[in-house]
Design a protein around this ligand. Structure first.
Ligand code: PRP
Length: 215
């Protein structure tokens, strides 16, 4: 791969606004024009960047290890993985919040008769840290997605998950109880790469900053 900078992009809900951002700086992520494409590594039109499409939670892994020079992902997965990366720019899209939620009839912050709450989440580390801070003893159950189904089927009493419009909670009869974290899309950069390719990073970051300010 001869591109000067490798950029890890999060698949899923951040991908479209991220593609729009790179379109605005004149480095469109070409393959996205074809929704049927399954290519996972594509060059920008000028060949200066190579885009890798990975799961959001894997962006900090690729960037932290140096497999990618930089990436775009959400602060939810970034805080969860605690990757040792630079975080030079908040992009102003992908805003949502991480919350504790439960069904209407399942109380929070404690259950009757001293039952230990079971909490289902994709964010076990952040969930444990939050409940450790509040002093509530909970059992954390890690699931990979569709977390809202867990209380409906009795897997968990509460969930910790992201809320954007609130529709998923509403349609599954869940109530937001408390916010844990504000979440948004950010640029993350590998520390060593930033030193070795300083000028390239500075130029790209300046363009991204400018484009995200105008958006
Ligand atoms: C996210 C999140 C919630 C939902 C919130 O899930 O985990 O389920 O979006 O959005 P809303 O408040 O606008 O309804 P996503 O669609 O990314 O899928 P996943 O749960 O399978 O990860």
């Amino acid at each position: 791969m001869n591109a000067l900078l490798k950029v890890a992009l999060a698949k899923g809900r951040l991908l479209e606004p991220t593609r729009e951002l790179f379109r605005r700086i004149g480095a469109p992520v070409g393959v996205g024009e074809d929704p049927a494409s399954r290519r996972l590594v594509v060059p920008s039109e000028d060949g200066a960047l190579a885009f890798l499409f990975v799961k959001p939670a894997d962006v900090p892994v690729y960037v932290g290890s140096g497999a990618a020079d930089l990436g775009v992902t959400g602060t939810d997965v970034l805080r969860e993985t605690e990757a040792d990366v630079l975080e030079p720019l908040a992009l102003g899209f992908g805003s949502c919040r991480m919350v504790v939620a439960s069904p209407h009839d399942v109380p929070f912050p404690s259950l009757p008769s001293g039952v230990t709450p079971r909490v289902a989440t994709k964010y076990p580390r952040l969930t444990r840290a939050f409940f450790a801070d509040t002093g509530l003893g909970v059992e954390v159950i890690t699931v990979a997605g569709s977390v809202e189904v867990a209380p409906l089927l009795g897997l968990a009493h509460w969930i910790v998950d992201l809320v954007d419009t609130g529709r998923t909670l509403r349609e599954n009869g869940l109530v937001e109880r408390v916010k844990i974290l504000d979440v948004g899309a950010v640029v993350v950069v590998n520390r060593a790469s930033q030193k070795l390719k300083l000028e390239l990073h500075q130029k790209l970051l300046a363009k991204l900053q400018e484009a995200s300010r105008k958006a």
